[in-house]
Design a protein around this ligand. Sequence first.
Ligand code: HEM
Length: 510
Amino acid sequence: MFVEKVLERATKSELCSILVLLVISLSIYTFYATLNSYLRSVLLSLRLTGPPSLPFLGNCMLVTDKDLMRKCASKAFDLYGSLVRIWVLLFPFFAVLQPEDLQVILSSKKHTNKVFFYKLMHNFLGDGLITSSGSKWSNHRRLIQPAFHHTLLEKFIDTFVDASQSLYENLDASAVGTEINIAKYVNSCVLDILNEAVLGVPIKKKGKDMVSMEDSPFRQGKLMMPTRFTHPWLLLDGIYHWTKMANDELNQKKRLNDFTRQMIKRRREIQNNNNGNGERKCLLDHMIEISESNSDFTEEDIVNEACTFMLAGQDSVGAAVAFTLFLLTQNPDCQDRCLQELESIFSGSNRAPSMADLLEMRYMEMCIKEALRLYPSVPLIARKLGEEVRLANHTLPAGSNVFICPYATHRLAHIYPDPEKFQPERFSPENSEHRHPYAFIPFSAGPRYCIGNRFAIMEIKTIVSRLLRSFQLLPVPGKTTVEATFRITLRASGGLWVRLKPRDHPLTDH
Ligand code: HEM
């Protein structure tokens, strides 16, 4: 009542003054709230331990340490406890390691916002599901989620099968008997799958190739963010904007966007003319349908989300396939068990796998999970706390920056005894039953878990089973260990080496 009366009597200029006063008060309040949260985070970080840091740079240079994963991440809990202090320049971050604490953060809708440096990936990933926050993220997630429903995933299996067959033919023609870095071969298979499943570009078939995949700009995508961290002045957009690197990044973004727009146009033409010529439905088709019934899901949103899928599903799956194949090479008993399982599923038939067959590959799934435990493709995730949280006897203020490091959590010896050993049995139903659900988080967990996780597991099973049905994987003497290197996607520096021996009785000739 009182407010209404005041507003009735106020003149225009008085109303303006009230508005300005409100904006100033709000800005001062936000400034003090942010400062208060920052100072409380600093005080907390001074009470915690973490890796030694440099003045101003903090722990930024750790990203250049090739041995970071072995020296620091795998021993983080023993060295520093369950809550670890890390400085990113002058900003304190808290690495949370224990499953119980991770659940508090990951399961809550209050903590779904990403930290500032995800913005540095905009030019690479676009403003899509991975980098966006708030209502934009939740709306897009709600709209896109049904496209990954398991009944629709079945439609992608032919794509997985065709790409795996091409990979097999390529290896059979050029790599049998020699020592090969399997990671290199796998990557182009994964890109072929994404090109068809996301953008609708058919997998190369000799003689009738619609778009040359060699021209796909997604093959050469490069992320500049790590360089910006090791040269922190480049984190300031005002400076970065003038560098050659920024220019290259913008050109790259333009190439990715133009290519994607060209593919959207093509899919629209196909839909309008109803002349799919038997072409498979792709994620662009789903997103075009979404935009037709939701005016706020624009063509730019389709481009951003498609670029996100193309980049999020590339190195992550490539690494998971390569690590799984390598670990099966080093563990012949597990490789034999996978083969026995394939023999019992296909009983001598050379047919390609169906969805039901892939679901039957239970032991192989245990091997893939164990590979993802040891070498989670995404070694680091970050979140901004939406409200105060109490963890490990400490209070993390609202606005704190949190790191989640699956690589470190997956090596907690009290959860995974002898953590460096490859033991797929850890993921048998009996052994998984009593494990904390947030102790295995290669795909993250909670409302922002990986939208492509089922797609990825089906894809990995199809590729690995295709190769195992035709080749015995043999180790390369002197190249039997992994040097895991920290990148946005985990890498094995020096490669993942195997030798392929054709099986005397291949389980398939396709
Ligand atoms: C082995 C393969 C994969 C692994 C290990 C993986 C892992 C992850 C992780 C850890 C996240 C959370 C990232 C964060 O919060 O910062 C994530 C998110 C995401 N992933 Fe994956 N991913 C894989 C494959 C895929 C594939 C094949 C696609 C798409 C075709 C995909 C699309 C996405 C998207 C869109 C998000 C963002 C989800 C959201 O925030 O709502 N991923 N993934």
